[in-house]
Design a protein around this ligand. Structure first.
Ligand SMILES: *[C@@H]1O[C@H](CO)[C@@H](O)[C@H](O)[C@H]1NC(C)=O
Ligand SMILES: *[C@@H]1O[C@H](CO)[C@@H](O)[C@H](O)[C@H]1NC(C)=O
Ligand SMILES: *[C@@H]1O[C@H](CO)[C@@H](O)[C@H](O)[C@H]1NC(C)=O
Length: 302
């Protein structure tokens, strides 16, 4: 099943790769946000498992709270590189092979429009893929390239890149080794994204994990909270209700999270906020900068 899903993902991404970037239509989008990470960012709010005896048979309940309703001023960048009116589930043509539900994106965008109606049209670029670990998001990998290409394409229609919203980590709580390397990998990821998108002062709003299935949650959480990069803001998921599956935050939690993300973003836009450039990752021998070699060198276990 897993290899099959990867095949879908790869063929899909390959198709995106050959899409004609120059054909992205000029849009009225003024504010562009990247949404990336794993399932909680993709959205599983309202996804219910009807399966019995360990069987998985999931459906989305279709419940869309008022805070997540569509709005003509909120668009999303589709898998086919088109700006379309956004609606839940925001990641349904991106996070393929899963049952997607409510994520934080619509609540985030509605909340921003409510608090700052003059900000203009919001365009979201969904890129999150459920079940992914941070190593899979490393520069040069399929997920990373997909995110960068989609963002670059989205920007061709006009508009300003405003922030990267990031919610990930659960998949790195399973082994001590991954948990220990999490901070380094996360920091490197953020630096690379800002460098590759030529946006050294781009705000990054991340969500720290509150609980997890894996045993090394505390290490990952500490890594997230301890990340010392300018312009990285952290919203804490602590206290947000987790659903019956013990794995994903609920629809109502996603509504709250979207609002917290909006607060954090708007704080970076006040006149008092100072956005400093993030220094790119430096490496003397660019070829050996590959994540594989990096991890190998850093990992005491390999
Ligand atoms: C999955 O659950 C739905 C809702 O309970 C049910 O209608 C459907 O028959 C189930 N499908 C399978 C394959 O069990
Ligand atoms: C990350 O996920 C991939 C694919 O599932 C797996 O092959 C790899 O071992 C994982 N890496 C880490 C460091 O957990
Ligand atoms: C989703 O977020 C909740 C709250 O932090 C966390 O407990 C859970 O492990 C996360 N699940 C996944 C799959 O990332």
């Amino acid at each position: 099943m897993i290899p099959f899903l990867w095949l879908i993902l790869l063929t899909h991404i390959r198709w995106v790769h050959t899409a004609d970037l120059a054909n992205v239509q000029t849009s009225q989008v003024q504010n562009i946000f990247i949404l990336a990470g794993q399932s909680n960012m993709s959205g599983r709010g309202g996804v219910i498992n009807h399966g019995q005896n360990g069987m998985v048979n999931e459906t989305w309940d279709g419940v869309i709270p008022p805070e997540c309703k569509p709005n003509p001023n909120i668009l999303r960048f589709s898998a086919g590189f088109q700006w379309v009116e956004a609606q839940e589930p925001l990641h349904q043509d991106i996070d393929l092979g899963k049952v997607c539900g409510v994520g934080p994106g619509m609540s985030f965008a509605n909340s921003i429009l409510k608090r700052d109606p003059s900000i203009g049209v919001i365009g979201m670029v969904p890129c999150a893929i459920g079940g992914t670990n941070i190593s899979e998001w490393a520069r040069g990998g399929v997920l990373y390239n997909h995110m960068i290409r989609r963002t670059e394409a989205a920007l061709q229609g006009g508009g300003k890149l405003q922030a990267l919203l990031w919610y990930q980590g659960e998949s790195d709580t399973e082994t001590l080794e991954d948990a220990k390397l999490y901070k380094f990998r996360l920091k490197r990821l953020f630096k690379n994204v800002l460098h590759d998108l030529q946006s050294p002062t781009l705000p990054v709003i991340q969500v720290s994990l509150a609980s997890s299935i894996g045993p090394y949650k505390e290490q990952v959480r500490k890594a997230q909270l301890g990340i010392n990069l300018p312009n990285v803001r952290t919203v804490d998921a602590k206290g947000l209700p987790v659903g019956m599956d013990y794995l994903h935050i609920t629809t109502l939690a996603q509504v709250q999270l979207g609002q917290l993300l909006a607060d954090a973003f708007l704080q970076t836009q006040t006149t008092q906020a100072v956005l400093l450039p993030i220094q790119p990752v430096t490496c003397n021998a660019p070829k050996s900068c590959s994540n594989f070699v990096f991890d190998l060198l850093l990992s005491p276990f390999r």
